[in-house]
Design a protein around this ligand. Structure first.
Ligand SMILES: [Zn+2]
Length: 340
């Protein structure tokens, strides 16, 4: 490893709550509900080999969280894990639609996640916000429904709206109304694009949705003019390198475009997406940036700072987070000078 990233202060702005379920917790849940998970969980790891199997595995894990208390436990467990590696801020992507589909109900689903956030904040000081997501492959009405739900919820922890799911379904324009509703409700906007689909999907998102952030967006690298546009507009990319390698968007970390995007002036950040499914964690993503991708400590700190600058929070909270972050970085720099 190039240098130890353990003590670095971290932030994450792209992680799906069910995708963050630690395998040990899923195993406990499976025992609690008498569910056989031997086909999807072995030796403390989730097992899948291609995208179709990943979806099956993901859904099976998600189905182990059935009550408000289960979601509180899941959220508290993940955020506590993040706080233990010096993470001060986290945005989690949630799908109220999923709560409805499992019979739990969107309100109880959201209430459980909020309880988990409060409990983790109380214990560790970690700040967290919720991004409601519509799932593209369930169709336009469901995505619009998710935006309407986020608007109606008027929950101070719900600060953003996203669209995830199968990128190849429909055109971005079909879903524009959902984003209009979310924008009018004062929510921050981000959208999954440029992961499965090429640069055109990022351009479509910019033209039609005008989000401040893009989930992944890495395949923008295939179009030089688009990269320039991202840099000029200051659009932030929520980059999840481990996820991209696990899903074969790129063959290895050396081929991953994070460095090229950063050097072209694009505002990039690091997140973990669905960490245990991709044999990763936010801690590992920071290690990968330092070792496999060769970023300097200052460059990684700059990406963390970008996450805080782009976070969907009120300005008081942002200033508090930035002050805390800058003080940590400065004290690290002073210590390094003293050691030298
Ligand atoms: Zn994602």
């Amino acid at each position: 490893m190039a240098f130890d990233t353990t003590g670095m202060m971290k932030a994450e702005i792209h992680c799906h709550i069910e995708g963050a379920a630690p395998p040990e917790l899923s195993l406990r849940q499976a025992r609690k509900y008498g569910v056989d998970v031997s086909t999807i969980l072995r030796d403390g790891k989730y097992v899948w080999s291609d995208f179709a199997e990943f979806i099956v595995c993901y859904d099976a894990v998600a189905s182990l969280f059935r009550t408000e208390a289960d979601y509180a436990l899941l959220t508290e467990t993940y955020l506590t894990e993040l706080a233990a590696i010096n993470t001060i801020y986290s945005e989690i992507i949630v799908s109220p639609d999923h709560g409805d589909r499992t019979g739990l109900g969107a309100d109880a689903y959201l209430a459980g996640i909020c309880d988990g956030i409060f409990a983790a904040r109380e214990k560790t000081g970690i700040e967290a916000r919720i991004i409601v997501t519509g799932e593209r492959h369930f169709g336009v009405d469901r995505v619009v429904g998710a935006a309407e739900y986020a608007m109606r919820a008027k929950n101070p922890l719900v600060t953003g709206f996203n669209m995830a799911g199968e990128e190849r379904m429909g055109k971005v324009a079909d879903y524009a109304r959902a984003f209009d509703i979310a924008r009018d409700a004062g929510l921050g906007l981000t959208i999954h694009a440029g992961e499965v689909c090429g640069a055109f999907s990022v351009a479509d998102a910019l033209d039609i949705i005008k989000p401040s952030r893009i989930g992944h967006g890495v395949r923008a690298i295939e179009d030089a003019a688009l990269v320039e546009r991202l840099a000029t507009d200051g659009t932030v990319l929520e980059v999840c390198p481990g996820s991209n390698i696990a899903l074969n968007v790129y063959p290895d970390f050396q081929a991953h475009p994070l460095r090229r995007l950063k050097e072209a002036g694009v505002r990039v950040t690091i997140s973990s997406d669905d960490p245990p499914f991709f044999s990763t964690s936010l801690a590992r993503e920071y290690d990968i940036a330092a070792s496999d991708m060769g970023f300097a400590r200052e460059e990684i700190d700059a990406m963390t700072r970008t996450s805080l600058e782009a976070a969907f929070v009120d300005e008081d909270t942002r200033n508090r987070l930035l002050t805390r972050f800058d003080a940590h970085v400065q004290s690290g720099a002073k210590a390094a000078v003293k050691d030298a």
